[in-house]
Write a new protein. Structure first.
Length: 244
């Protein structure tokens, strides 16, 4: 008997160019996906409020709230993966997008087959890596005066209880370190563990994410004690981790 309950991924395409929205929508539907289009961030928010989506294809350059702002806002929740569409040659947009939580990027103009391949790769990766906290899923862990609740994705001060918000990228990076305390992880390993992709030449994504995370958890980010830099190696969490 055929299982008619099998989930069909639902993709939300957010782009102010109608031709691109329509073309991508038709192509995805032709290839077995459900697809919904939104013309801008306001339209996107309305559709997110009433529907469930498995991935968002998000254009960087849009009138009103731009794609980078949208990505930063949505990645704080971390529920829906994001594929950014960037202008050809806009490397800054690509790097910033990945830093603030985008799962992948694709420069315009793009081949629809490559877009489809990247969407499938993100969905496979998300299914394979969920839950995001890995082996720490369902646990509360304490380290260096901090407590991380992995189910709630809440980082709080162990003494005061004051919570510190984490973006999706920061949460993933922190859990990778917490799973491997005092273990030296190269930039390539960290990039693979956090986003499932290979490092490109001069890729500074991990360095920037580490810097952002240090600003959240270090007493003095300029002189980090928790996340140490290992010369020629990468980074290491220099503290013990205790399950609560």
């Amino acid at each position: 008997m055929t299982d008619t309950t099998q989930h069909t991924p639902h993709i939300l395409i957010v782009d102010d160019h109608r031709e691109i929205r329509d073309a991508v929508t038709r192509y995805l539907q032709k290839n077995g996906f459900r697809a919904t289009a939104a013309r801008d961030a306001v339209d996107m928010d309305a559709k997110l409020a009433t529907g469930r989506f498995d991935l968002i294809v998000l254009d960087v350059m849009m009138p009103g709230e731009d794609g980078l702002s949208v990505c930063r806002r949505l990645s704080a929740d971390g529920q829906v993966p994001i594929l950014m569409l960037t202008a050809l040659g806009e490397e800054t947009d690509r790097i910033i997008g990945l830093e603030i939580g985008a799962d992948d990027y694709l420069p315009k103009p793009f081949n629809p087959r490559e877009l489809l391949a990247r969407i499938k790769a993100i969905l496979r990766r998300r299914a394979r890596t969920e839950p995001a906290a890995g082996s720490l899923s369902g646990h509360r862990v304490q380290f260096a005066g901090w407590i991380l609740d992995t189910d709630r994705r809440v980082l709080s001060d162990a003494d005061s209880g004051v919570e510190t918000p984490l973006t999706t990228a920061e949460f993933k990076l922190l859990t990778v370190f917490l799973e491997r305390p005092r273990f030296v992880l190269s930039r390539e390993q960290l990039l693979d563990l956090t986003s499932g992709r290979a490092a490109q030449v001069f890729d500074r994504t991990i360095d920037n994410q580490v810097s952002r995370l240090r600003r959240k958890i270090e007493r003095d980010p300029a002189h980090p004690e928790l996340i140490s830099t290992v010369r020629g190696g990468g980074y290491s969490l220099a503290t013990d981790v205790v399950n609560l």
